[in-house]
Design a protein around this ligand. Structure first.
Ligand code: FDP
Length: 338
């Protein structure tokens, strides 16, 4: 079969009526920016890009040099692209308007420029996550409130993994598709169309060091997985935790599995660890479009009404049966209490 490039795929999606020309061009701009991030991350110590930037982001987390560089690459690429009304990033408190003198478009872009940044310095996969929304009519100067749309309204979502190979995983709400960067020719090439996540799995991902802080239903669910063949599940489960959400989610999108970042006593006041608008929502869209499920342990992630640009939520996502069972335990416990 002849290789299909990202550009060809986007033309096909336009012809099928799944996207318009502006969204197609916007995705091309994001993909081009991510190729530059792939080059920067790939240089490692030789590019002088490792280590701390000496600054904190809006959430008080120490920024790495590559966090800052990746954010600038995405902002710069999208400023002149002409397809956006504004963009918002994990690294900036407020949305960034399109500078005067550049054409404006009808879309809003949200991104986590370099997810899993604690892994940069040890040469483990990191990634970019993004989500595209429609700019509400009449919002000539979009503010944070214009971005606060539920995940169900996303027009597109994707992530790029900077690992042994650079991969782009993308959805427009018509299946989830994977592209691999051909480094010689510099193009993303379709490597898997219509990915399906198996409903059943024997593999889970969670940071076990937080176990003692979890809520009772989470303790029960994971306790049953750990009991394996001798417990109520009657079979053994394996565990993996890369601690880069993109890498953990990509494993699930490739061979199934389930990922949890639940609420725990340490992060209860913040609402969770992962960010709704540029981590949980785009990943939920990608996973659902591949036949998986994504909840907060109580509700479907994509149906949440956002309350803040940098809002955090608990995340359960991946193979349907496991997400449903863990969610059922939480709802059952809430019912028993209520
Ligand atoms: P990081 O803080 O390194 O950017 O986005 C948050 C995130 O990484 C996820 O990529 C990852 O899944 C999680 O945090 C790792 O959390 P732990 O440090 O608790 O393992």
């Amino acid at each position: 079969m002849k290789p299909v490039s990202l550009i060809q795929f986007l033309i096909e999606e336009r012809r099928a009526g799944h996207i318009n020309a502006e969204l197609s061009l916007l995705i091309e701009v994001v993909a081009r920016a991510c190729k530059r991030i792939a080059v920067a991350t790939g240089k490692g110590a030789l590019g002088g890009v490792l280590g701390a930037a000496g600054t904190d982001n809006v959430q008080g987390e120490a920024q790495k040099k590559l966090d800052v560089i990746s954010n600038e690459i995405l902002l710069e690429a999208n400023a002149w692209g002409g397809h956006l009304a504004a963009c918002a990033s994990e690294e900036m408190e407020d949305p960034q308007p399109i500078p005067d003198g550049y054409p404006k478009g009808n879309h809003l872009l949200l991104f986590d420029p370099l997810d899993g940044s604690s892994n940069i310095d040890v040469n483990i996969s990191v990634g970019t996550i993004f989500s595209v929304l429609r700019c509400p009519d009449g919002a000539t100067e979009p503010r944070a409130a214009h971005f606060l749309q539920p995940g169900t309204t996303q027009l597109a979502a994707g992530y790029v993994v900077y690992g042994p190979s650079t991969l782009l995983v993308l959805t427009f709400g018509h299946g989830t598709h994977e592209f691999t960067l051909d480094r010689e020719i510099g193009s993303f090439i379709l490597s898997r169309r219509d990915i399906r996540i198996p409903e059943e799995t024997g593999e889970f991902a969670i940071n076990m060091s937080n176990q003692r802080h979890w809520e009772a239903p989470m303790q029960r669910y994971i306790g049953e997985l750990l009991a394996g063949r001798d417990g109520p599940r009657g079979r053994d489960f394996n565990m993996r935790w890369v601690a880069s959400m993109v890498a953990d989610v990509h494993r699930i999108v490739t061979r199934g599995g389930v990922f949890f970042y639940p609420l725990d006593a340490k992060i209860r006041d913040k609402g969770g660890k992962l960010r709704l608008m540029y981590e949980a929502n785009p990943m939920a869209f990608i996973v659902e479009q591949a036949g998986g499920a994504a909840t907060t342990g109580r509700e479907r992630i994509m149906e949440l009404q956002p309350t803040g640009l940098h809002q955090r939520v608990p995340v359960f996502l991946g193979s349907k049966q496991e997400v449903e069972l863990a969610t059922h335990y939480h709802r059952e416990a809430d019912g028993a209490q209520g």
